[in-house]
Design a protein around this ligand. Structure first.
Ligand code: PFF
Length: 505
């Protein structure tokens, strides 16, 4: 069975950008920037982009393209013992990140509807936590399912199912060709609109002025590096799968620069809209910029609704904003469903359509817990553990496996053979030493902090069961699937340039 391919190079680029641009660019990036004082975050963010994000994106594209496979297949062609790493990546994203990600998409859909008549009332903070989510006191108190949230989650999964079911060209490529331009236009409207609000310049100044004193705080660096991972969908197995659908002659380095550039450019743009609105709020309420948001996670769902209530034609602004978030999220969710399905098709050769339906149904079931009253608390814990540990560990191992167990120079030669601009030899060392080194320091720093004081003041029991438990469960699943025999002969086919490059030592 021949491998599906993108219809065009631009189709691939749009799909990769679609995966990268997501809730992370608007919701996560803005709250991290706000938490770290705006401009103080931009510098570490850009440094992380250049030193780790770009080089790793090239690496993931190169692995997928040269080894011609989804993450588990590509890793197993590098070294059979490392197949589990690919499975772990796609599993903890598919059955970890996306389960709560679709819950946030559901909040967006609900808020899209609420915007019409400012349904959050006079106190958006109280509405969000007590009226809408009805957050329980602890993660053990699951409480009941919130019907509206569950309905939104169902819509998110259903929309994703429809798109991925139609295949790489007819579904994903075509949907992104509509969604990405739409997102850009909507975002530009938001940026122009918010920049015209009174007080916007105060917010923009805080956002764009670097504060060098913050750079000594390790937390800023940890957040910057983990945000780069999250935003570029690195360590998710997605970019590997997407690159495996590229034809032989494809500009790997060019695609990586464009994907990373457009994605971060989009984040910076969205940040302008967010900070202009915060400036407007500070001006309106006579507060300091640092006092307008109390809980950073609620920035999009508390601060924004407050601002929308204050601005002229606010309901329209609100609807556009929440629609943007939903569309951005959708183009990311479809990418992980594809990455997981492509991995299972590569290994077991079963029907793609059957798998898409089964995986989406399972995903929906898994999301239900995030629609309960403890949903926000579970989301916070799972997000923390997956993004701070699983992603970072996959990133380190990815560099070690490719950098030390594989002939990284032959991978570089492959990239240089097909790309327009060449990778220098320094890239080998970035992948072999620098990136895993930085990630290891971050990991150790995080672990030490974790052990000193429980994350988010949750009980140790909740953190162990939900956080560590989630990681272990997905790891176990990954090992189990990896231990099953291959039902296809893809693995025997090797890579595009040199099948014998494996185990070069
Ligand atoms: N790059 C996405 C973002 O920044 O929001 C992260 C993502 C999440 C990608 C979930 C894919 C996914 F399924």
């Amino acid at each position: 069975m021949s491998r599906e391919q993108w219809r065009s190079q631009s189709g691939f680029l749009l799909a990769a950008v679609g995966s990268a641009i997501g809730l992370g660019n608007i919701w996560r990036f803005s709250y991290l920037a706000y938490e770290h004082g705006g401009g103080a975050f931009l510098l570490p963010y850009l440094i992380a982009l250049v030193t780790a994000g770009g080089p790793l994106l090239v690496l993931e594209y190169a692995i997928g393209h040269e080894r011609v496979g989804s993450a588990p297949l590509a890793y197993s062609k590098i070294h059979p013992r490392w197949e589990w790493l690919g499975w772990w990546a796609v599993t903890f994203v598919m059955f970890g990140i996306v389960l709560y990600y679709t819950a946030i998409m559901s909040w967006c859909l609900n808020y899209f509807i609420l915007s019409i008549d400012l349904g959050w009332g006079k106190d958006p903070n109280a509405y969000f936590f007590s009226g809408f989510l009805e957050v329980s006191d602890s993660p053990n108190q699951i409480g009941g399912v919130r019907g509206k949230i569950l309905a939104g989650i169902a819509v998110a999964w259903f929309a994703s199912w429809i798109i991925v079911y139609r295949g790489v060209q007819g579904g994903i490529e075509r949907a992104n060709k509509v969604m990405m331009p739409l997102l850009l236009v909507l975002t530009l409207i938001l940026v122009a609109w918010s920049a015209s609000l009174e007080g916007a310049t105060v917010g923009l100044r805080a956002y764009l002025t670097p504060d060098f004193s913050q750079l000594s705080d390790p937390k800023v660096w940890i957040d910057a590096y983990s945000q780069i991972f999250f935003t570029l969908s690195l360590g998710f197995g997605i970019m590997i799968a997407y690159a495996s659908y590229l034809p032989e002659r494809s500009d790997i380095t060019g695609h990586a620069v464009l994907t990373a550039g457009i994605n971060s450019g989009y984040s910076l743009l969205a940040g302008c809209a967010v900070f202009s609105v915060l400036g407007f709020m500070a001006y309106n309420q006579g507060k300091d910029l640092s006092d307008v948001v109390t809980q950073s996670i609620g920035l999009a769902f508390v601060a924004y609704p407050t601002a929308i209530g204050l601005m002229p034609a606010g309901p329209v602004f609100g609807a556009v904003f929440f629609l943007c978030l939903f569309v951005a999220g959708l183009s990311s969710v479809i990418s992980i469903i594809e990455a997981f399905v492509s991995a299972a098709v590569d290994k077991f050769g079963c029907s793609r359509r059957y798998l898409v339906s089964a995986v989406t149904a399972l995903g929906f079931l898994g999301s239900i817990v995030f629609s309960t009253r403890a949903g926000l608390l579970w989301l916070d814990i799972v997000d923390h553990f997956v993004t701070h540990y699983a992603l970072v560990v996959v990133g380190i191992l990815e560099c070690v496996v490719v950098g030390w167990l594989f002939s990284i120079s032959s991978l570089r030669h492959h990239v240089n053979r097909v790309s327009t601009f060449r990778l220098a030899r320094g890239w080998d060392w970035l992948i072999r030493l620098f990136v895993p080194g930085v990630l290891a320091v971050i990991l150790v720093g995080d672990l030490v902090r974790e052990l000193q004081r429980p994350y988010g003041r949750y009980s140790w029991a909740a953190l162990i069961w939900i956080g560590w438990g989630w990681l272990l469960l997905t790891l176990l699943l990954a090992f189990t699937i990896a231990s099953r025999p291959w039902r296809t002969n893809h693995r025997a086919l090797g890579g595009r340039s040199s099948p014998e490059a494996t185990d070069a030592g």
